[in-house]
Design a protein. Structure first.
Length: 129
């Protein structure tokens, strides 16, 4: 497992919003491995989620993001993206229950339609505090 070596003062290209957005993923390995998760935060350039599985840095993913249209989350649209694992960090805790999340995973989008990126930008801008 590798850790992110970047500093917290790093300047991001896109604003990030702490939000629970449902994602459905598939590790593009052979055989593929599907998973479901909720984001911890999201931006137009990537997202972060927790998982119970140890995913290697630079692993390629196919994601379906179920992005809300607004803060009420009354309407949701699907955004397909290709992405890669930018970093993974182990969650520090003494004991874990079966099925409990053990890792935080940072994802960077490698392929996303510009119109979908704009939808995420709009959502983040409208819902940041």
């Amino acid at each position: 497992m590798e850790e992110d070596k970047s500093s917290n003062s790093e300047k991001r290209k896109y604003h990030r919003l702490k939000d629970n957005v449902f994602i459905f993923g598939d590790l593009t390995s052979s055989p593929s491995e599907e998973f479901k998760a909720f984001t911890e935060d999201i931006s137009a350039g990537g997202l972060m989620f927790k998982t119970e599985r140890d995913i290697l840095k630079d692993t390629r993913l196919s994601l379906e993001i179920y992005q809300p249209r607004d803060g009420r989350k009354s309407m949701i649209f699907s955004i397909p993206v290709l992405a890669r694992v930018a970093w993974i960090r182990e969650i520090e805790k003494d004991n874990f229950e079966d099925g409990e999340n053990k890792y935080r995973v940072g994802i960077e989008f490698s392929e996303i339609k510009e119109e979908d990126r704009q939808k995420i930008i709009k959502y983040v801008e409208e819902n940041k505090s």
